[in-house]
Design a protein around this ligand. Sequence first.
Ligand code: GDP
Length: 327
Amino acid sequence: MTNPHTDVATLARDLRAGSRAALARAITLVESRRGDHQAAARELVQALLPHTGQAIRVGITGSPGVGKSTTIDVLGMHLIAQGHKVAVLAVDPSSARTGGSILGDKTRMAQLSASDQAFIRPSPSSGTLGGVAAKTREAMLLCEAAGFDVILVETVGIGQSETAVCDMTDFFLALMLPGGGDELQGIKKGLVELADMIAINKADGDNLKRAGITAADYRGALHLLAPRSEHWHPPVVTYSAMAGTGIAELWQKVTEHRKAMTASGELAQRRRDQQVKWMWSMLEQRIMARLRTDATIRGKVRKLESEVADGQVTPAIAAERLAELLQ
Ligand code: GDP
């Protein structure tokens, strides 16, 4: 019997024909650590490459509780009503430690998960951030080949995962809460340098006025920073995922951004730069994986590590010796 995981041509055909089972299987293949699976996955993604790249790729970040899943649920349904097919992916390297993903969990997006125009996949649950992000990026390409024309990639507002998601998307959306004393936090974290838009959620009820003030604060702060593009000044909007207000306006900004970036050629350039960055990132991962998994090399790594720690060998010489081993 042929292994369904390694029959790449059939998998590619079924995926293109719109089989959700084939798409899920293809992503599992991409996520697998087995050598033969990884080789098949590379072949699969390469075969599907001509059918990728057409989607609007949006990264969404925000601290836990800001309303990411509520927003994705409502925004996703809004997009489906407009005729889009929406895939939701996640980058959550912490799930490697907790053993389960909190992002991209279907139960958090009740409406969307019931729609046959949506596909939701939780974060790959093991590996380094680089590994998790690379797999999510390939999953995104598979979703595009399967006909999904909007990809939402969710991440939490911690560490480098935001940079990784920004590096795989066309538009990076930062969600914030009204007031609360931690406003402008994103500015300090440098997040705003990544964000193409800041959206203040929960602009409803008692929070309505506070959301307006917070938005004005962000606008003022953004004004002081040099924008990343001369064709796009990141807007600050307020909305309520719960009430559904401001969602259409929020998406309107995404499409305005797309028009401006397409016209100026920046979208194409951003994607070209991203592709090259991904190549280097994957090369780095392969080298690191070899250092970790090759038994002979691992033994030498340990020995050199302790010699460096004891001050018998300089880090420079140890690095040189390890580099020679990789040749
Ligand atoms: P996540 O952790 O960022 O995915 O946040 P959730 O989407 O799970 O939302 C966290 C909490 O905020 C939940 O209790 C939501 O019901 C609530 N919430 C989300 N959006 C809104 C909103 O627009 N207004 C209000 N008042 N509550 C909201």
